[in-house]
Design a protein around this ligand. Structure first.
Ligand code: AMP
Length: 189
């Protein structure tokens, strides 16, 4: 198989979800958002959703194994695409290692990590705006947003070094209009 695996990376509120649709369409990729998958589990009232809810509502990460299993199931079940666009996964170095292991079983590997960067000062502003539009519980409380930013710096940011050392890291400036940021990402692919 010659599938592409793009990681859409960035702090909460960077615009990953906003950009994902156009990128997935343009490059015939299946967009997988682990946050969306988890929110669907919660909405459907599954046991997995119940386990994830308190963690998400407080701005903490769910266990690595939980998201790794969801991702692997998607890789196995989705057909007819040229690859995948991962949004919100991996979020820890351990998840990145699990992803590499999963892909290498089929002789596949990560194609690139596309990083959308915005300063922390913009994160609060973007999320406050999204809270009005989407009504996500984890966007509504300031202390939860702050915890998500802290979690990003502590657990997710180390992935920048991980993908830089693999030669796969591409960063774009996430400050600007949706169209401007999209063009910057297109140029990196
Ligand atoms: P997102 O929609 O990407 O902002 O994710 C919302 C929430 O879902 C996060 O704050 C985490 O609690 C959880 N989540 C999403 N993706 C992951 C992941 N890869 N690892 C652990 N938790 C995740």
């Amino acid at each position: 198989m010659n599938r592409k695996f793009f990681i859409l990376f960035g702090p909460p509120g960077a615009g990953k979800g906003t950009q994902a649709g156009a990128l997935a369409e343009r490059f015939n990729l299946c967009h997988i958002s682990t946050g969306e998958l988890l929110r669907s589990e919660i909405a459907a009232g599954t046991a997995l959703g119940a386990k994830a809810k308190a963690l998400i509502d407080n701005g903490n990460l769910v266990p690595d194994e939980m998201v790794e299993a969801m991702i692997e199931a998607k890789f196995q079940s989705v057909d007819g695409v040229d690859g995948f666009l991962l949004d919100g996964f991996p979020r820890t170095v351990s998840q990145a290692e699990a992803l590499d292991a999963m892909l290498s079983k089929n002789g596949e590997s990560v194609t690139a990590c596309l990083s959308i960067m915005i300063p922390d000062s913009l994160v609060h502003e973007r999320i406050a705006h999204r809270a009005l539009l989407e009504g996500r519980a984890d966007d509504a409380r300031d202390e939860v947003v702050s915890n998500r930013i802290q979690t990003y710096h502590a657990k997710t940011e180390p992935l920048i070094a991980y993908y830089k050392s693999a030669g796969l890291y591409r960063e774009v400036n996430g400050v600007g209009t949706i169209d401007q940021v999209r063009e910057r990402i297109f140029q990196q692919i």
